[in-house]
Write a protein that binds this ligand. Sequence first.
Ligand code: MG
Length: 257
Amino acid sequence: MKYARFEYDGEILYGIVEGQEISGIEGSILENYAATGKRYGVSEVRLLPPVIPSKIVCIGQNYLEHIKEIGATPPEKPLYFLKPPSSLIGTGDDIIYPRTATRVDYEGELAVVIKSEMKDISRHQSKTAVLGYACFNDVTERDLVAKDPLNLTLSKGFDTFSVLGPYIETDIDPDNVELKTYLNGKVMQSDNTRNCVFDLPHLLEYLSQCLTLLPGDVVTTGTPKGIAPMKPGDLVEVEIEGIGKLSNRVISAGLTS
Ligand code: MG
């Protein structure tokens, strides 16, 4: 099942995507909801980030080939950092190239949306506490990472640097899906989540020992090799098997499209 959050006629609504249509629902996708009986064409609505998280928890250095390309060694425990919810945008929104930036990269990732509170859970309990999965672009000011590697809040926390969507898909195997990132239509990243250093149950078990994951929170699972810079005017897309494609244009700060 695919959940969408969208704007239609000035209202923010939720629905279930069925082909080119969305069936409206009322209530909460995290608890209980009911069909409204209203239907919307996907092309008639503006898709929004499918959830508003209290926090975005990102895993770093989780694909071996990416660890090699940045000259690191595989971590013994998952590495994680937080991105501010204020950096969140959805598919179709513009990624703003900050005035002070000198190199802005995409990072295509699989994201997980938490359904019920996770604190000190085991890997076996983790699956039932997940609502579903979405594409994520962990946009990063790479030159700031090099200058100040411990301040990822700076390099990854700019407005529009967290892209989530287009939907939340409930029925994929998160540890065996193909992920691709395209820059202006060219494949730049291509890998399968089965090649992650830490699988998803391990990540959730570990994170839940460090902080409480709340309903609606987003956990991303790291990026494969193939990182590269974007520039204003570029189109970046993150596609995950079974979920769909996240598509965003990069624009200069101060411009709106
Ligand atoms: Mg990342």
